[in-house]
Design a protein around this ligand. Sequence first.
Ligand SMILES: Nc1ncnc2c1ncn2[C@@H]1O[C@H](COP(=O)(O)OP(=O)(O)OP(=O)(O)O)[C@@H](O)[C@H]1O
Length: 235
Amino acid sequence: MCRIIASDIAVYFGERLLFTAPQLCFSKQDVIFLQGDNGSGKTTLMKLLAGLMPPTQGQIRAEDFGEISRWRKDSLLGKALYLHQHPYLFEGNVSYNLKLAQRYSVLSAAEQRQRMSSAIELAQLGDLLKANAATLSGGERQRLALARAWLLKPVLLMLDEPISNMDKVSQQLVFSMIEELKNQGTGLLLSSHQDSELIRLCNERWLIESQTITTSQIFIPGTPVELNRHHVAAD
Ligand SMILES: Nc1ncnc2c1ncn2[C@@H]1O[C@H](COP(=O)(O)OP(=O)(O)OP(=O)(O)O)[C@@H](O)[C@H]1O
C-alpha cells in the first residue's frame, strides 16, 4: 500500500523545538484530521511529508509508489500532494489554471475529460471559467485549487485548513469534494486549528500539543475497524 512513514522526527528552527513525533504513517485510504493551535507546526509537518523540507532529526520515507520518474526515484517529492491554505494560482483565467494542471495528469484522455467536467461541476466553477484567477475571492481560489488537485486524482493529498475563512456554501462544496475524494480512495490529511466538521470524514487524529505529535483512532459508529493498519515493519 502506498504510504509515507516518518520515524523519530524532530523539527527545530534554530534552538527552538517545534515538535517531535515517534512514528507517523500516512497511507492511501487514511483520512486523518491534523489538529493543533496556530503556530504548532501543522503546515511544517505537511511540508515535511511532501518532501519540501527535511526534518532536523529522523527519517521520512515513501513506500510502494513505484517509480514516478528517474529524478524523483529516491525523493518524497511528487508523492503526497500538498495544498497550501493560500493556494498559488497561475496568471490567466480559471479555465487556463485547470488545463495547466491537467498537463501533469497520468490518467487516460477519457478519464481526464470526465474528471475535468466533474471538477467544474463539484467546485461550481462553470460561471467562472473565463474569470481572471487573480480576481477570485478567497473561497473561490480554494475551490479552484482543490479542483486542480482533483484533476490529478492524487494517491495522497494534504489540505491545509481547507475550509477556514469560507462561507457556508463554499464550505459545503469543498466538504463534498473531499468526501468524494475519500470515497475514491485518496488518502487525506486535513489540518485545522479548531474543531471542524471535517472530523466527521476522518478515521484518525494527529494532535500537535506540547511540541509532540500524538495519534489516535476515531471510531465512526457502524464502520469496521481495520486492525493493525498502522503496523509498520521495522527496517
Ligand atoms: N522556515 C522557518 N524558519 C523559522 N521559523 C519557522 C519557519 N517556518 C515556520 N516557522 C515557525 O514555526 C511555527 C509553526 O509554523 P506552521 O506554519 O507550521 O504552524 P501552523 O500550525 O500551520 O500555524 P497556523 O495554524 O497559524 O497556520 C511558527 O511559529 C512559524 O513562525
